[in-house]
Design a binder for this molecule. Sequence first.
Ligand code: BTN
Length: 331
Amino acid sequence: MSLDARILAALRAAGTTAVSGAELAQQAGVTRAAIWSRIQELRVLGYDISASPHLGYRLISTPDVLHADDLLARLGQTRVIGRDIRVFRETTSTNDVVEKLAADGVKEGVVVFAEAQSKGRGRLGRRWVSPPGKGLWFSILLRPALRPVETTQLTVATAIALARAIRQTTRLQPQVKWPNDILVKHRKVAGILMEMAAETDVVKHVILGIGIDVNLSSNDFPAEIKEHATSLRIERSHAVNRAELAVAVLRELDDDYHRLRQGQFEAVAEEWTRACSTIGQMVAVRMGETVVRGRAEALDTDGALVVRTQHGRPVRIVGGDVTLEKGATAT
Ligand code: BTN
């Protein structure tokens, strides 16, 4: 853990009690002068830290910026996801940054956040609006022991982890729309873009790109998506702390990735089905030129959506755009 992360972790753990410079210095194995100098730097970043000559330091408030050391300090020890966190002020797409890290052989679990993306992308070649400081735009490198056809399991696990973290942090009741949309009151607040490199039947790595519309206002959304998109801030009527949400997401994802690695996809799928607004509904699934219509019945063991067509035939859907068929009755 870096010195900043140690200082912030110690101050946060102490709550309203002050921690002396000597104590911080001893815990971190550095001089009191080194602690003082880092505290000055943290203040420049916007951390409000009070200093009293007799009592020591207290963390009064944290700024709404993403700071890798702070995220690491809040997160603490995880199994895989978030053991390495990097934050950029701006990138093209965080998926691009992680792609490069993957090529350099970086270990799985690294998470790259950007305050803004100039070329954020969504599924099916769509643009993903990523204004500075308003959302969580991040990507995670994974090297799972899965076959390419099984990687939908990761999207499913990510979706429920996101829903849980949003619920814990905001008390909103998000729903999941297959395969990768998180909705609040039928409007999208978050999406997942999974990209992977595979050789024949072996996955080399997976990049999980996650976008959460945290504090966007309705003017931040382009006209064409305004009707279907929302943000946590809009739904809650006040701003949401991005760092707190980021940490909750990484913790939940780390748990679900662990469940998958233990072969517990069934439990993940059951939870997904409970949170899902798609199962039991009449849907139309667009895959390029093809449209499959029917009742969304279940997830299969690979995470594919099983749709029963009007002819009674089950069709496995592994990708595509799902819309609910308005006015149609599920039987
Ligand atoms: C979708 O619902 O279409 C998926 C949206 C995924 C957006 C995220 S933001 C972080 C990462 N970088 C990108 O360029 N896209 C993903």
